[in-house]
Design a protein around this ligand. Structure first.
Ligand SMILES: [Zn+2]
Length: 416
């Protein structure tokens, strides 16, 4: 399942030649992305050109469709009249409660209140850097976090694997970043899962959801959960942002395997010019319960020398197991980092606690309402006398009265 990704970085050309043909491959139930620190040389045309771009500031963006989409992401406003849909407001309301629908989720939420916003014992994330500053390694065990989020959405096994892998990848990519720096990973895909979203920050907080939590597919040819088919084709969009940055940093890469970690590693290489080894896995047992989840990320820094790369390649090759196999065999994230950093003189580990945290609030719903077109808001209020919104990330439901809705709407207009 390993994938060989050519390095686009010119400074690694020499190594490409030196190590041409060495590819790390694994058979695993996990999405394992093995990015070679070298490749068959050159950049195959099969790889799409780099699509990183800076998002330009937009004036009067309130009514801009993209802004609207971003601002309302994760919040579904509910309409009574089926099919009266003005995107992104989705119809539903008084439909029968289907498993996984917002109403069904609410019953799960009440059972999950203890899970939301709190760390699950046993979940831990560690990171370190080699003494020579050439390699960073991060590892996470997030079994409780992933199991809790899958229980929240009552996901099918393949959806659990997809969501869990995305949550693990988001945690690893945010690990060690500034506390307020956020990462938004979004698979916009054509497969039956429709989308995967994971949002994380430098404090080890993450949240996410999938478009269709109940997708069921036969196993792939290796007998594993077929996440690649659930995802299908499309675009992986990664947005890094920080309150003090002028603009967010956005990277777009085409989805190639759909196995999540492989595509995220490709994003790191193509958009952030960081060669990496990224493994993210979720083990779903026969009862459909997540019993192991976690991963690791090895990143090669620009000044890495031949010796460091050779040691790293050896350590990765000797790891011998997927992330979930390592976790299930009792290896802690610290053990995994130690294996990956053998002979590389790692500095002392920094440890943090990952947790599932949703930032939804009444204020956020009010800000969203302020973005609705006036006619649309009138129509919603005429139909149902209030505004109902459901958070896609945690299932919390919010209600605004007609007075509150208009207050929010008018206050936003007054500030323009
Ligand atoms: Zn929420």
């Amino acid at each position: 399942m390993g994938v060989r990704l050519p390095c686009v970085c010119g400074r690694l050309d020499r190594r490409m030649v030196a190590s041409a043909g060495t590819t790390h491959r694994r058979r695993t139930e996990d999405a394992m992305a093995f990015v070679e620190f070298g490749g068959a040389g050159g950049i195959p045309s099969a790889h799409a050109p780099q699509t990183t771009r800076r998002v330009e500031p937009q004036r009067r963006a309130r009514r801009n469709a993209a802004e609207w989409s971003a601002a309302t992401r994760g919040l579904t406003l509910r309409r009574r009249r089926a099919n009266a849909v003005a995107a992104p407001i989705r119809a539903s309301a008084d439909e029968p409660v289907a498993p996984g629908s917002a109403s069904a989720r609410m019953s799960a939420i009440s059972e999950q209140d203890l899970f939301l916003n709190q760390a699950v014992p046993g979940d831990v994330m560690v990171r370190t850097i080699a003494q020579n500053g050439m390699v960073t390694v991060k590892a996470v065990r997030a079994t409780g976090l992933v199991a809790g989020s899958c229980s929240l959405f009552q996901t099918s096994p393949v959806a659990s694997a997809a969501l869990g892998r995305a949550l693990v990848c988001a945690l690893l990519l945010s690990c060690g970043k500034k506390s307020n720096e956020t990462l938004n990973l979004e698979f916009r895909c054509t497969g039956p899962i429709r989308s995967i979203v994971a949002v994380s920050n430098g404090q080890g907080e993450v949240r996410g959801y999938v478009g269709n939590p109940h997708v069921v597919l036969p196993p792939n040819k290796d007998g594993k959960l077929d996440v690649g088919k659930a995802v299908g084709e499309g675009i992986l969009a990664c947005v890094r942002n920080h309150p003090f940055w002028k603009n967010p940093y956005t990277g777009l890469v085409p989805i190639e395997s759909g196995e999540v970690a492989e595509d995220v590693a490709k994003y790191l290489l193509d958009s952030e010019q960081t060669p990496s080894v990224l493994g993210a896995g979720v083990y779903v047992n026969k009862e459909g319960v997540v019993s192991a989840a976690g991963g690791f990320l090895v990143e090669l820094l620009p000044e890495a020398d031949e010796q460091t790369i050779a040691l790293l390649e050896r350590n990765v090759a000797e790891l011998g197991m997927s992330p979930t196999e390592l976790i299930r065999s009792g290896k802690s994230p610290a053990d995994i980092v130690e294996m990956l950093m053998r002979d590389l003189n790692p500095l002392q580990l920094a440890e943090s606690t990952p947790r599932y945290k949703c930032s939804c609030s009444t204020d956020r719903v009010k800000r969203t309402v302020a973005l609705i077109h006036e006619d649309e808001l009138k129509s919603i209020l005429e139909e149902q006398g209030k505004v109902e919104a459901t958070c896609e990330f945690c299932g919390r439901r919010y209600n605004l009265t007609e007075v509150e809705a208009w207050e929010s709407f008018n206050a936003a207009r007054a500030n323009e």
